[in-house]
Design a protein. Structure first.
Length: 105
């Protein structure tokens, strides 16, 4: 299999995984879904209402539909923070330590 074909299959798999995540979070009624994924209400609702064949068709567009957010550090703090006596601390993990150093630069 060519490298280009392999990359396209990886993109399709990523797209499908992302679309299923959007559907699941939107269906759960979680009010933070749109914020966590960076989507507005209408997009989240539209994806929630897609059928499986529609999801597969959208996932197979050979373009990455996942949008990487520019506020990744803020999202990491929100998602992985620990509340200790009213104080938010990042987990003790080399990944987050590296993110904090990059943010400070």
């Amino acid at each position: 299999m060519s490298t280009q074909r392999s990359i396209l299959l990886d993109i399709q798999e990523l797209n499908m995984t992302y679309l299923l995540l959007v559907q699941r979070l939107a269906a759960s009624g979680n009010t933070e879904t749109e914020y966590m994924l960076g989507l507005n209400d209408s997009v989240a609702e539209a994806v929630r209402n897609l059928t499986l064949p529609q999801l597969v068709s959208l996932a197979e567009t050979n373009q990455c539909i996942l949008k990487v957010r520019s506020d990744a550090m803020g999202m990491a703090k929100l998602s992985f923070s620990k509340s200790v006596m009213g104080e938010t601390k990042m987990p003790e993990d080399p990944f987050f330590a590296g993110m904090q150093k990059r943010k400070a630069i």
